[in-house]
Design a binder for this molecule. Sequence first.
Ligand code: FEO
Ligand code: CA
Ligand code: CA
Ligand code: CA
Length: 600
Amino acid sequence: DEARAAEGSAFKFDELETGIDDRHHVAPGYDADVLLRWGDPLFADSPEFDPTKQSAEAQARQFGYNNDYVGYIPIDGSAEHGLLVVNHEYTNPHLMFPGIVSVVEKDGKKKAEVAPLSKQQVDVEMAAHGGTIVEIRKQDGKWQVVRDGKLNRRITSNTEMALSGPAAGHDRLKTNADPSGAKVIGTLNNCAGGVTPWGTYVMAEENIHGYFSGDLPAGHKEAANYKRLGIPEGAYEWGAHYDRFNLAREPNEPNRFGWIVEVDVNDPNSVPRKRTAMGRFKHEGAESIVTKDGRVVFYLGDDERFDYVYKFVTAGKFNPDDRAANMNLLDDGTLHAAKFAEDGSVEWMPIVFGQGPLTAENGFASQADVLIETRRAADLLGATKMDRPEDIQPNAANGKVYVMLTNNSKRKAEQVDAANPRADNTFGHIIEIVEDGGDFAAAKGKWEVLLKCGDPSVADVGATFSTATTAHGWFGMPDNCAVDSAGRLWVATDGQGPKATGRTDGLWAVDTEGLARATSKLFFRVPIGAEMCGPLFAPDDQTAFVAVQHPGDGGEDWEGFGRPSYYEDPSTRWPDFKPDMPVRPSVVAITKQGGGKIAV
Ligand code: FEO
Ligand code: CA
Ligand code: CA
Ligand code: CA
């Protein structure tokens, strides 16, 4: 069976070995070239990156920090010339700024203490968030950044945005700075995202709770709403310098974050739109597919332990011949929450004001209220509490949908259900959905667990990789994923390490069909401390773009690197390996030596 499973694999490449060191590695026969690093200039007038002279002005003209989602929008249909769109999820000040960490000894262990940031450093952080739109071109088999491409753009925490859809202009979205409730400054914590069928870039606002600090006025009506989202966490120091991040001064501001943001990349001056019809929660991503009747379905994960899987179905139809006609499709449609039943069926429950429990009796006065508190609406509908829904990817080639469930160490034995089958789910799992009648907009579907992750050689783990999967091929903590144009699944991980799995994060090729189903092979791995984001295949399958996020982070947790990792003494100096350069999160382009499709 093992030989037949290996034989039946859709992936042809020699597997990479796992390991932990200070650089990236790719399977033999491939090149993995760094394309875009934090601080790289994007415009003719951008300053070159100088880590000792950081400013918000420079950062706003350079590639941002912690690249996560990567998308490609072809120019004139080309697979070798297009716009790369990249999210910059968050910042790691201890790895970005010199001289702010003191290493102290606590209980016999070295610990990094980070000094309060200056306002100038906070401003750099704000400019390092958001997204990048940048023209790229393949020349002689290698990708190049087109500096000063006319559509190049940085989006930051200071970019003006519009709120649109049912919640726009609602009282709960009004602030002192914006009495209209329809104009927001900036976007936060853009994790994964998507590219729409009409060629716009969508960014998902995920962990927004960290940016807010201060106390809500006593008895404030948003208290329960914010508690459900963990607001305020106060991980960032922005509230000390800007009223909009201080709940005491602007108590409604958090309602203006946690949305899906749509950007028209064809106009670098376009105002990005926060599409409130798609709900407000800790949005992981927004991958989409066109249904048979022309409507468009977006699959949406809410990345928190015991939160939900959603899908949004547009009311209008996609018009492939008229881009302008599609530009407000995301303002009108129906959001649904998933209920995974024990019998292997899934029900998509509409989140619509006035239906079921979503009424005045439960404190909702309108669809705007329902969308602002999407989680509470889904609680009332009885959606299935999942093990941290991350990226969800529809597959046009076989009609299936893959749901990454990254882990949930807090699930107790009595909380186990068919769709979340393991207590203390350290390694996560992947669910596969087939919608009824092959219609992605269907109200019901069938599901099964494609893969329980973790080391299959440890019986207690209960992993379900095929027996053809090698000791390097298994993984834990699935996060982002991609489907290439042949319909093959690639899974990126977040959270492996010496203690968790004895390996770094990376990109694995996962068979989903036939005898080889649930066979996995390692293709790429990241340097120590990093997480694997992206991934994305160019339309011709000849390039895999991957995003190496937070390289060198988490020093204390890396045994063998028994010290905190910080700017002056990082656990790696990837990707430059120069003594005066800090670690730099970067996008890497993987191509086959001599050309051709990947893993064929
Ligand atoms: Fe930003 Fe859910 O990972
Ligand atoms: Ca991430
Ligand atoms: Ca993620
Ligand atoms: Ca994650």
